[in-house]
Design a protein around this ligand. Structure first.
Ligand SMILES: [Zn+2]
Length: 60
C-alpha cells in the first residue's frame, strides 16, 4: 500500500510504499525523494489496508 508522509527535513509530502508482508511493525531508513536526507520510517500495520506511519530525522 502507499502511504503519505511528510519529510522531517524539507516538509514535502511523499508517497511511501509499504510492504504489508514485511511484518506488522517495520522500521527502516529511506532517503527523501526530494531532499535526499535519510529519514527513519516506522510503520505499524493495522489491517489489510491500514497502517500508521511516523517518520523522523535519522541523524537526531
Ligand atoms: Zn525531504
Amino acid at each position: 500500500m502507499e502511504i503519505s508522509v511528510e519529510c522531517p527535513y524539507c516538509g514535502e509530502s511523499l508517497e511511501l510504499w509499504v510492504d504489508q508482508s514485511g511484518g506488522q511493525v517495520q522500521k527502516y531508513v529511506e532517503d527523501c525523494a526530494v531532499c535526499c536526507q535519510p529519514m527513519e520510517v516506522m510503520v505499524e500495520i493495522e489491517g489489510d489496508d491500514e497502517a500508521s506511519v511516523s517518520v523522523r530525522r535519522f541523524d537526531d
